[in-house]
Write a protein that binds this ligand. Sequence first.
Ligand SMILES: Cc1cc2nc3c(=O)[nH]c(=O)nc-3n(C[C@H](O)[C@H](O)[C@H](O)COP(=O)(O)OP(=O)(O)OC[C@H]3O[C@@H](n4cnc5c(N)ncnc54)[C@H](O)[C@@H]3O)c2cc1C
Length: 399
Amino acid sequence: MSRLQQTDGLTEEQTELVKLVREFVDEQIIPVATELEHRDEYPQAIVDGMKEMGIFGLMIPEEYGGLGESLLTYALCVEEIARGWMSVSGIINTHFIVAYLVLQHGTQAQKQHYLPKMATGEIRGAFSMSEPGCGSDVSAIKTKAVKGDDGDWSITGQKMWLTNGGSANLVAVLVKTDTGADSVYRNMTTFLIDKESGFGETAQGVTVPGKIDKMGYKGVDTTELIFDGHRTTDAQILGGEPGKGFYQMMDGVEVGRVNVAARGCGVARRAFELGVSYAQQRETFGKKIVDHQAVLFRLADMAVKVEAAHEMMVKAARKKDSGQRNDLEAGMAKYLASEYCSQVVEDSFRIHGGYGYSKEYEIERLYREAPMLLIGEGTADIQRMIIGRRLVEDYKLKA
Ligand SMILES: Cc1cc2nc3c(=O)[nH]c(=O)nc-3n(C[C@H](O)[C@H](O)[C@H](O)COP(=O)(O)OP(=O)(O)OC[C@H]3O[C@@H](n4cnc5c(N)ncnc54)[C@H](O)[C@@H]3O)c2cc1C
């Protein structure tokens, strides 16, 4: 049991669940992660194991067949999973956001239809806002849904960077719908798109061209998604009414940011573990490198960052669980955890000397994984924008 990243005030159930996931990670993920990652192989056996444990339904209420757990429990499980292999946490992250969106914003019929099958992992979700021409600037999306005289919608456009775009069979997609609102943000709608998993034309007018070849974060598929006159109905609008999509997606992103922060914490802890272990084995100038003060101090700095990021992530999750808005805390947690993760991974890499550059050492994989956290769910600059603006609102000078 690690001294780092302990969480006070957990219930017995939370403690047990996190322990179960940690054991699963130690036994089923860590021993195979690097090999599968190098082969860019989808971790089917791991996914099957997670299905059995109920991970896909962690936050889905019991009435829909899930475990009904809090965001905090979810985030602590993600932290453990990412410690084993970040790609596996990517497999559940978009699924979790889509389940959250259906639960918070879906119609009763959408909840009844999707949530029980999402809880078992039979339906798996992907989440799609980004396009080839925009990611940070969501208002610039071009994919459009137009309502025909028959009352059906037709969607056309190109989406980019869908994590689980191939393996998912449900995509929550944000599109423009010109419903005449005066704000660009109220002219956006989230549609729930049913499709087959796999590549090629996976539903009428919906094509997944293939996997994007990435520098890291392998194993999990990341894809484009092309809509060419995909026909759908009002029943597939999240919540049933057009014009609410932007706000729904931003709510999803808020919980997604806690999730990315949790991933950063997990990857950073693993990097620390690898560094502290290597430092006690490698000798230079007649002593273990951990006995050189520069290395010891580096380890101390790493541990402080691992611990601080965890505390901030837990705070952001608890705030959301208490029913309060957590955009500031989620932004801070995501920003801090992803930056610290990169720094801790780099420090561990340095401790490994030349061996850190060898594919035989796990740190090489972490070194390619950490940068994704600086970008996904909003870049560091976007987090700083959110944090800064929110604080200026709060600390506004009184006239
Ligand atoms: C592996 C991977 C998986 C992903 N998965 C998904 C997914 O499942 N679903 C999805 O919808 N998207 C996904 N994304 C997309 C991701 O959310 C975007 O890449 C991210 O939001 C940044 O958008 P962009 O790439 O268009 O960069 P841009 O928005 O073009 O930004 C480029 C640079 O400009 C900076 N910048 C932009 N605007 C400002 C500003 N106003 N002030 C200061 N700096 C600014 C950015 O910080 C960045 O440094 C994924 C991306 C990756 C790499």
